[in-house]
Design a protein around this ligand. Structure first.
Ligand code: SAH
Ligand code: SF4
Ligand code: F3S
Length: 442
């Protein structure tokens, strides 16, 4: 029972959630979690390949660990996640000190793989046939919010994106398993569950009586859970055209489901959207946002944008900046386009935008994003809002609690008591770029 495992996770929440599952399975095998890589017997890098930079990080990390093996030949090194799914056994040529490569769809095979590795084997398992889900305890990162994957994979093949190649086709998890996981998380004391999926609104599972359950059905079932005290429910990420009236009705009807939609737009230009293989134009996206805003009071809508997609002209890029403002998007994740091997857009080399132009566009995108955030935050000054407290910290001599409102705004509130995990009512007194300032209402 003295063995220790360290997992370094890069990338999105799906990867972080996978890490919690890996810790759970390895805990079952007697591996204790450590936050100090130098003390670990087993080191795993859980990789992301959404952009070149994240992929490079993974390779440089195993390079460092590989060197440690010279003095400590018994440590084992594993490579998991989205880069693993792509390189497969080719990694052994590049990094001979790696002991196993495990693909995104083979996660539940980890215990068997680690057993074999302990016996001196070198293993690669990256088959695209999903390995059946097993009922291991999940070792969640201690916090207020539990991430619960409900579907995985993507069928959309946007021309820039690697995810369909690394996560496979869309698969929805079993309704019963999801409900069990939600109940367990609530029993453990989590106050918020976030349902997770690359296209979360494509969820389609089978209910207890074999009936079809979509995302609305799942949200309603979770909302109806009693005996677990007060809690909140969120869901990410939504594909714009998959948001239905039924889903909006569900958000309105279900008191625990929060007023928050993450709907990546990617570009504010119709031509670019077409080349990205997104299945909507600016008018359709606008209609969806306006519709949500007209029905759901105080709703937060966040988005993702890419700067410098192949062939993007200055004028087209300007359309993106204009749309961000026009749509009053509350916050956006931004990135410069990064060519990904195997994807369609990566072949348009003659259309690639020079790096300095991409960097400059990204800076302007970030500036517009900041303006949108400030505008969005200012709307709430003077309002009373409910905050679920996530942290208690000392900021330059003042004790502060921080947490999020139902509509996902971060609020900092001076407070002498650690109220982590509690719902408090606050008055918003100030708007910063990335957070609101609040005061306790007694
Ligand atoms: N399924 C979600 C997004 C998942 S990937 C959706 O369809 O919107 C997360 C974000 O990474 C994307 O929204 C996109 O903005 C960004 N991204 C994906 N591939 C990229 C690439 N090749 N270069 C730069 N950003 C990329
Ligand atoms: Fe990638 Fe598009 Fe799928 Fe989102 S919908 S994961 S951007 S291919
Ligand atoms: Fe990265 Fe894979 Fe997530 S590529 S963003 S870890 S799905």
């Amino acid at each position: 029972m003295d063995k220790k495992v360290y997992i370094e996770t890069l990338g999105c929440q799906m990867n972080k959630s996978d890490a919690e599952r890996m810790f759970g399975m390895l805990g079952y095998m007697g591996y204790e979690k450590t936050t100090e890589p130098r003390k670990a017997d087993l080191l795993i890098i859980n990789t992301c390949s959404i952009r070149q930079l994240s992929e490079d990080k993974a390779y440089s990390q195993i390079g460092v660990w590989g060197k440690w093996k010279k003095n400590r030949p018994n440590i084992k090194i594993g490579f998991s996640g989205c880069v693993a799914q792509q390189v497969k056994e080719n990694l052994f040529k590049r990094a001979p000190y790696v002991d196993f490569v495990i693909g995104t769809q083979r996660l539940y095979e980890l215990p068997e793989i680690v057993k074999r590795v302990e016996n001196g084997e070198r293993v690669c398992s990256c088959d695209e046939k999903p390995y059946t889900e097993k009922d291991y305890k999940i070792e969640r990162v201690k916090s207020i919010n539990a991430w619960i994957p409900i579907m995985e994979g993507c069928n959309n093949f946007c021309s820039y994106c690697i995810v369909p190649y690394t996560r496979g086709r869309e698969r929805s998890r079993d309704f019963k398993n999801i409900m069990t996981e939600v109940k367990n998380a609530l029993k453990e004391g989590f106050k918020e569950v976030t349902l997770l999926g690359q296209n979360v609104d494509s969820y389609h599972g089978k209910g207890g009586n074999g009936e079809d359950v979509n995302l609305s059905g799942l949200l309603k079932a979770i909302n109806a859970l009693e005996d677990y005290g007060k809690f909140r429910v969120r869901f990410v990420t939504s594909y714009p055209t998959d948001i239905t009236d039924e889903l909006i009705d569900t958000v309105l009807e279900c008191d625990k489901v929060c007023e928050y939609f993450h709907i990546p737009m990617q570009s504010g230009d119709d031509e670019v959207l077409k080349k990205m293989n997104r299945r909507y134009d600016v008018a359709a996206y606008t209609k969806i946002c306006n519709h949500i805003r007209s029905r759901v009071k105080d709703v937060t809508i966040t988005s993702d944008f890419i700067a410098g997609f192949p062939g993007e002209t200055e004028e087209q890029f300007q359309h993106t900046l204009d749309e961000m403002k026009k749509l009053e998007l509350d916050y956006s994740n931004t990135a410069a386009y990064s060519p990904r091997e195997r994807t369609v857009a990566a072949k348009w080399k003659d259309k690639f935008i020079p790096d300095d132009v991409k960097t400059e566009r990204l800076a302007r995108l970030n500036e517009t994003n900041r303006e949108c955030c400030v505008m969005s935050n200012k709307k709430y000054i003077g309002r009373e809002m409910e905050v679920l407290v996530e942290k208690f910290e000392n900021h330059n001599g003042t004790n502060v609690i921080s947490g999020r409102t139902r509509n996902n705004k971060m609020v900092h509130i001076p407070c002498e008591r650690d109220l982590t995990g509690e719902f408090v009512n606050v008055k918003i007194v100030g708007a910063m770029t990335w957070y609101l300032k609040g005061e306790m209402i007694d």
